[in-house]
Design a protein around this ligand. Sequence first.
Ligand SMILES: Cc1ncc(COP(=O)(O)O)c(C=O)c1O
Length: 370
Amino acid sequence: MTPGDGAGKKSTELPIRADLVGRSPYGAPQLDVPVRLNTNENPFDPSPELVSELSRVISQVGANLNRYPDREAKLLRADLASYLATESQVKVTAENIWPANGSNEVMQQLLQLFGGPDKKLVTFDPTYSMYEDYCRNTFTKYETVSRKPDYEIDLQVIDQALALQPDIIVLTSPNNPTGTVVGQSEIEYLLENFPGVVIIDEAYAEFRAIGTPSAIANLKKHPLLIVTRTMSKAFSYAGARIGYAIADPKVIDAMQLVRLPYHLSTLTQEAARVALRFSAELLSQVDLIRTQRDELTKWLTDSGFEVATSGANFLLFGTFSDRNLIWEKLVEQGVLIRQTGPAGWLRVSIGTPAENSLFKSALLKVTSNE
Ligand SMILES: Cc1ncc(COP(=O)(O)O)c(C=O)c1O
């Protein structure tokens, strides 16, 4: 064939993987509005003291950026272990911890390790939409069972998950987008009755009610349990991108098979260590966020909305015949929340007291003639 007869003509489509054709990337709108309550960030900025310590540390390590980072992030792992000893009263060591660029990366690594074309992951709907994407990226089969109408998970729901014969079960507690906390006896039932890999996503764990144990307490008895955490929420550190897995050292060792070389930059490791030194200060806002959450729950309920019981830093509320319209009208008022979860529901992250007041007045305004 000669050039020009059409045979060598370039297709306008990229030759990408067939299962990715037509898919949209994950992402909440990043709009520049005064009140941003859509991605469950912590509304409080890190303090000037933290920022100045960060600058000091970065100028120190900056001089060595010609070298690759510590591939095993040993110092950060040790610091995370001491943080957990205080936060969850569970003794773990650096060997139990694996950090990465956000718990998103941790989860993807876990599925690269435990998932694959012959494996099935089961989780409980409605839940965090990224699990399906991690499965797609690792060719793992994805199935869900429904939570109860109040979004709780009881033993029957767990039995339904077990009946699907999964290889991996993901349980999110507190759950996104509902805020639901799974009871300790349900977690124990699952761990006792399922021989496979259990991933408990505790991205919002620091917001749980005081006295509620973390699933980390079950690690000793269950070597295939992996708990994931993040510094993006309670720590006010979403921009730094740090998440971590807590698991048996054997699991952590195996994760090295799939991590990219030097996946966590020196800057990220050091930024995380600075935040951990300020953890008491950073986490002191968690109480205020909890109180604000409970106040907002009451206000929404008193104003006639339905609200899911939340142990996180956000609330799922509704219901609206046209949630998109309410969302758009709120944006017009300068308030950005999230359209996610079951039809008719919206999710709002807890902001500062001032932001929460602006949200309340905007919501009343846009729903006054609903
Ligand atoms: C349940 C849950 N898990 C994990 C993440 C990912 O957090 P990150 O990658 O910022 O650590 C999120 C983020 O919103 C989440 O809601």
